[in-house]
Design a protein around this ligand. Structure first.
Ligand SMILES: *Cc1c(COP(=O)(O)O)cnc(C)c1O
Length: 356
């Protein structure tokens, strides 16, 4: 049966000249990428910022609800090209959801190692529904990653954590899309930092696009870790990382060097934000902007708020904040605010009484 004319919008088709693919690379795609750059309306007003534009790059609208899909489409495509039959990752949740989806799409086995009890429900249920074998380890993410590294060393199973270089290559397309949308790079790019693959990837993308003549500037990269999991800010690994933003609950980032290089080469910074600041930012963008992102994503917003309050940003500039994942990923956190429940008789009168 003829295939109807599908618009090619996956990141590999769209940006293949910048990616390590050939005619022999099978493209395993779920039409990831092409996510919206949403203009912030309430936030600049709240912060009293004049003549400064803030945009949310909303990665929660990727096929599995996080930016991880950009890297995973390439990592899985290259694994299939290399003849692999199985993939494995350690995950705080979104990597496993994405790996499971792309793996099942092409018949690869998928094994995911998850730190016990510290994974948001939405992510766990995705890994199961996409048919992965989910293994909970009695330890944290960093320990799980060590196990995965050892088990994939002989090459029989492909590692799809972000130390797989194809993950970073795919993820850099986020920067390409921003430049394509804005016509140039923004002055500042704010982003949460966990394992630090994404800040590394965006910086790589911005540099490559500039070299290709697609942009005139490079942004200053502003990375934000959670205060209880801030190894790069502290300059040393954190043995027992803590934060409610589970996606960035990482004590020993795999791409530490990439993150500090992005910071230093761009003239940016890496700072930390508290769980309270993350929570306030999380609620602000949902309740005032209509943009629902997960707690880790809000770390970037919290960081921009913190810097704006110190008059960090220059007038006439643009700030892009990557919102890394969907708010639907973490329903337990979303429902932890003692929202009032109005239970009334099923009459107009009773409802009127409540809304007045
Ligand atoms: C993976 C992830 C991060 C952290 O990205 P790194 O590349 O590990 O720094 C942040 N937010 C969300 C929602 C994630 O899934």
């Amino acid at each position: 049966m003829p295939h109807y004319a599908v618009k090619k919008i996956g990141i590999i088709e769209r940006y293949q000249e910048y990616l390590p693919v050939t005619d022999r690379t099978p493209i395993i795609s779920l039409n990831e990428g092409n996510t919206p750059l949403i203009l912030a309306e309430a936030l600049p007003v709240e912060l009293g910022l004049k003549n400064i534009r803030i945009y949310y790059k909303f990665e929660g609208l990727n096929p599995t609800g996080s930016f991880k899909d950009r890297g995973m489409t390439l990592a899985i495509s290259k694994a299939v090209e290399a003849g692999s039959k199985a993939v494995m990752c350690a995950s705080t949740g979104n990597t496993s959801a994405s790996a499971a989806a792309y793996a099942c799409r092409c018949g690869l086995k998928c094994f995911v190692l998850i730190p016990e009890g510290k994974i948001a429900k939405g992510k766990l249920l995705q890994a199961y529904r996409y048919g992965a074998k989910v293994i909970m380890v009695e330890g944290n993410f960093d320990e799980a990653l060590e196990i995965v590294k050892e088990m994939t060393q002989d090459g029989k199973i492909t590692l799809v954590n972000s130390i797989n270089p194809f993950r970073i290559e795919g993820q850099k397309t986020g920067a390409f899309e921003i430049v394509d949308d804005l016509g140039d790079a923004p002055e500042y790019h704010a982003i949460p930092v966990g394992n630090a693959g994404n800040i590394t990837a965006y910086w790589k993308g911005y540099k490559e696009y500039k070299k290709a003549g697609k942009s005139e500037k490079l942004p200053k990269m502003l990375g934000f870790q959670a205060a209880g999991s801030a190894p790069i800010v502290l300059g040393k690994r954190v043995e027992k990382p803590e934060t409610l933003a589970t996606a960035i609950r990482i004590g020993n980032p795999a791409s530490w060097q990439g993150a500090t290089a992005a910071r230093d080469e761009s003239g940016g910074l890496i700072d930390s934000v508290t769980d309270e600041e993350i929570t306030r930012a999380y609620r602000f963008i949902a309740e005032r902007e209509g943009v629902f992102a997960e707690p880790a994503s809000a770390a970037g917003v919290a960081g921009v708020i913190k810097l704006a309050q110190k008059n960090f940003f220059k007038e006439g500039t643009r700030i892009v904040i990557t919102l890394t994942g969907s708010g639907l990923k973490d329903p337990d956190f979303a429902l932890s605010f003692e929202d009032p429940i109005f239970k009334v008789k099923s009459t107009v009168k009773a409802v009127k009484e409540v809304i007045e």
